[in-house]
Design a binder for this molecule. Structure first.
Ligand SMILES: Nc1ncnc2c1ncn2[C@@H]1O[C@H](COP(=O)(O)OP(=O)(O)O)[C@@H](O)[C@H]1O
Ligand SMILES: [Mg+2]
Length: 374
């Protein structure tokens, strides 16, 4: 059923993904009610209504659910009891099962492997002895990660030598851990995929992601790989969305191995940083697609009218460039409204468009990102 304009979308989480979703929702005539512990955060600033409460405040969640027509989230780590309560009161899209899977790296990898999708080789680890045994199986280098609550490279450690094991284990435990075999990748790519209430699936074009200090730095759309690989990545993302019976939007991160094979790294059932290029290079952005899926609207084709490069603006150093970004022709700025630019914090991004099919090579991209402003 299509939610009519004027309906209220409950958004759990108050960060930039909620902000940009709320901006798209407003354009389609919806009101957004943000539930977030943060007073006047990025999403609250642009939302019609706000609840400021903690994610485990069941009374506040109950009142919030009473006041909205459908619930979605931009924050994946909602406590299970909170999610269960919301699901009993209003439609939650995507649903609790998808959240549970994506919150836990071992459930996520098991789900993907059961669906016939390649991931890194992995072993669940709870003790140092288990870690040593897992290293025997997977070899070094390997990546040790907490199964839950990791982001931007937090909650993980690279193991290169046997001597690294005790320290890494000490640092990350007592949380449940997973050891992943190191994937010798040539490129990191991702696909944003949406699935509607009626099961219709659309996938945005496959993009390349480059990280700096474990944080996304650049996204290049489309990824500079052959058309077979681009299509293969999109079909993997579509299979994941179908198998999860997703209603909403999700990002699927993948590695392209040295042999040109695709290995899924992780999934995120929400708008994703690597989809921000769609705001300016597609008639229907990832955020509008998310809102459309959640509200039961038809999903338009996820077409791209331009090639694009997205550059993240992280912390005080990048934000010092804001005036020059505004003064540089061709850069399309997006500010998240955060008051304090702490190091490592995502403050905004800009997109730069190129005619479709005309994405310049390495040097051209570098050149295009140069700031010319005063
Ligand atoms: N098994 C692996 N092999 C090689 N590199 C990895 C592996 N796992 C993670 N990485 C690197 O670390 C980055 C962050 O890991 P990821 O699992 O995506 O965690 P996060 O939740 O922090 O995004 C990846 O984008 C990739 O560059
Ligand atoms: Mg990741």
């Amino acid at each position: 059923m299509m939610l009519p304009p004027g309906a209220v979308i409950g958004m759990v989480g108050g960060g930039q993904l909620g902000r940009m979703s709320a901006q798209s929702a407003a354009r389609l005539g919806y009101l957004v009610h943000v539930f977030s512990p943060e007073q006047y955060g990025p999403a609250s600033q642009v939302a019609a209504r706000n609840t400021v409460a903690s994610y485990d405040d069941l009374d506040a969640l109950r009142r919030f659910a009473d006041e909205v027509d459908v619930i979605t989230f931009e924050f994946e780590n909602l406590p299970a009891a909170s999610l269960e309560l919301l699901e009993n009161l209003k439609p939650v899209r995507p649903g609790a099962r998808i959240l549970a899977i994506s919150q836990d790296r071992t459930l996520e990898k098991r789900f993907l492997n059961d669906a016939g999708i390649a991931t890194s080789h992995w072993v669940k680890v709870e003790t140092l002895a288990e870690l040593e045994a897992a290293v025997e199986v997977l070899g070094l280098p390997a990546v040790l990660k907490t199964t839950r609550l990791g982001y931007d490279g937090k909650g993980q450690a690279m193991l290169r030598d046997p001597e690294d094991l005790p320290h890494a284990f000490e640092r990350l435990s007592p949380k449940p851990l997973v050891l992943e075999g190191f994937v010798n990748f040539g490129m990191e790519i991702s696909v944003m995929v949406a699935r509607g209430v009626d099961g219709q699936v659309v996938t945005f074009d496959t993009v390349e992601n480059r990280h700096k200090h474990h944080i996304l730095d650049l996204t290049i759309a489309p990824a500079p790989v052959g058309s077979n690989l681009l299509a293969q990545a999109q079909s993997i993302a579509a299979v994941v969305a179908e198998q999860l019976e997703l209603v909403g939007l999700m990002g699927v991160e993948m590695f392209v191995t040295a042999k040109g094979e695709l290995v899924v790294n992780e999934i995120a059932p929400r708008p994703h940083n690597s989809g921000h290029w769609t705001m300016d290079a597609c008639p229907c952005s990832q955020f509008e697609m998310h809102i459309r899926a959640v509200c039961g609207l038809p999903l338009p084709p996820a077409v791209r009218h331009s090639d694009a490069v997205m550059k993240n603006l992280i912390g005080p150093d990048d934000m010092a460039l804001w005036p020059r970004i505004l003064a540089t022709p061709g850069l399309i700025p997006h500010h998240y409204g955060k008051s304090e630019a702490r190091p490592g914090r995502k403050m905004g991004h800009f997109n730069r468009l190129f005619p479709k099919g005309a994405l310049p090579g390495e040097l051209g991209i570098e050149d295009a990102l140069k700031l010319t402003g005063a």
